[in-house]
Ligand binder design. Structure first.
Ligand SMILES: Cc1cc2nc3c(=O)[nH]c(=O)nc-3n(C[C@H](O)[C@H](O)[C@H](O)COP(=O)(O)OP(=O)(O)OC[C@H]3O[C@@H](n4cnc5c(N)ncnc54)[C@H](O)[C@@H]3O)c2cc1C
Length: 392
């Protein structure tokens, strides 16, 4: 049997597990990634993978910016391809959120994010095909876009392997072993693995894996959907990524002349499902609803054709922000889950933060204490300077 003792074990080969493996292996640690299905087989492989920096609190905005710089130079920094496409990103807000939009753009600009406020006339001028109705202002990030989540996670895995990490696929962690409050390793469907460090990157299964080590983490697995529409010929060329907070909808271009549409809707947290057994096909009602929201801003899509969709999972926490913490302190059991539908773009920063956490270091410019598990019982949830929805 292969060597089963490592400096660190990572549970889950999504973007968080693979970027953490890459960073830890780059620091010279021997790392094994244990994955019950395949690389990217959880939320990551089905992510819309939009990369924007529009966040309303400083820490997440810094994480998004750090990660954008990695996506922009992915081949140099990680190796391989992330499929990053710079399309620009437009945020549209209704009048009641104008003040908040201005406050958030100010915060982002102070951090070095290239974002600008646009008035209604400018929006109309740049994207004449948009129906802007009572829109007062928008923000635009010229550097943002989206990536290919499968390419990204595979590239991270290849780069981690090149630095000595091993990947054990089809290997489900069934127990987490502790002795005297210290991590000893895990048991899996393919035998025991030994290590003083276990990192839970299990996404929508994060609460279950935490429970294996005696930790309660409020992470719900929730079913969300996306739909595709074929653009009519006049619009085949392209469009930016758009987040429309009035209609609670986002859309981005997809290959093949398609537009991918999803919701930005707080009620998505109510669709709690068993992550091992949920309907992965899209609901007819969802396609109709997403189509209506899209057409209300992009009327030409009335002539577009529905092209299916699918359902996937968000790992949602009560404040829609992740847990990145050692629980309990000094145990060697680390939690890195609960990214609440917006984690993909943060993946590069999170890998770095996890490596720093395991090595007892701080991450320059990013204070990970914001994401401690105890914040909720301390009544100190992660909050933005001005929140207009669940955008973080
Ligand atoms: C439809 C959709 C659209 C999204 N759009 C965006 C977006 O536009 N931008 C953005 O930034 N984010 C987006 N997200 C969110 C983003 O994709 C996630 O936050 C991110 O992929 C989470 O990565 P992860 O590594 O934490 O989890 P996952 O990718 O779910 O990985 C967890 C892995 O753990 C494995 N695992 C679980 N339990 C065990 C066990 N016991 N033993 C071994 N392995 C185990 C699973 O098989 C899985 O592969 C979207 C998500 C979805 C579903």
């Amino acid at each position: 049997m292969a060597k089963q003792t490592y400096d660190a074990l990572i549970i889950g080969a999504g973007i968080m597990g693979c970027s953490s493996a890459f960073e830890l292996a780059s620091q010279g640690l021997s790392v094994a990634v244990l994955e019950k299905s395949a690389i990217g087989g959880g939320s990551t492989g089905k992510s819309s993978a939009i990369i924007r920096q529009h966040y309303s609190n400083e820490v997440t905005a810094r994480m998004a910016l750090y990660s954008l710089r990695v996506f922009q130079r992915f081949r140099e920094v990680v190796g391989g391809e992330a499929g990053f496409r710079r399309t620009g990103f437009v945020v549209l807000t209704p009048e009641k959120d104008l003040w908040g939009l201005q406050a958030n753009v100010k915060l982002q600009r102070e951090l070095g994010i290239r974002t600008e406020l646009l008035g209604a006339a400018e929006v109309r001028h740049r994207w004449p095909y948009l129906e802007i109705g009572d829109l007062v202002a928008a923000a635009y990030e010229e550097e943002s876009g989206y990536a290919d989540p499968n390419l990204t996670v595979q590239s991270y895995a290849v780069a981690a392997k090149a630095r000595g990490a091993t990947f054990h696929l089809d290997t489900q962690v069934t127990n987490v072993r502790l002795a005297g409050g210290k991590i000893q390793g895990v048991e899996t469907t393919r035998g025991a693995f030994h290590s003083p460090v276990v990192i839970n990157c299990a996404g929508p299964w994060g609460a279950r894996v935490a429970r294996l080590g005696g930790v309660d983490a409020p992470i719900e697995s929730c079913r969300v959907q996306v739909a595709f529409f074929r653009r009519p010929p006049a619009f085949e060329p392209d469009h930016p990524v758009v987040a429309d907070f009035k209609h609670a909808v986002y859309w981005r271009p997809e290959t093949g002349g398609l537009t991918l549409v999803g919701l930005i809707d707080p009620s998505e947290k109510d669709a709690i499902v068993n992550p091992d057994r949920y309907r992965e096909t899209v609901d007819f009602e969802f396609v109709a609803d997403a189509g209506e929201r899209l057409v209300s801003r992009f009327p030409a899509m009335e002539q577009g054709q529905g092209a299916g969709g699918f359902a996937a999972l968000y790992a949602i926490t009560p404040d829609w922000h992740p847990f990145i913490d050692e629980v309990p302190q000094g145990s060697g059991f680390y939690l890195c889950a609960g990214f609440s539908g917006h984690g993909f773009k943060l993946g590069p920063a999170v890998g770095r933060m996890v490596a720093d956490m395991v090595l007892g270091q701080t991450t320059e410019g990013i204070d990970r204490r914001l994401f401690r598990l105890s914040r909720l019982e301390e009544n100190d949830p992660v909050r933005g300077r001005y929140e207009y929805s669940i955008a973080g």
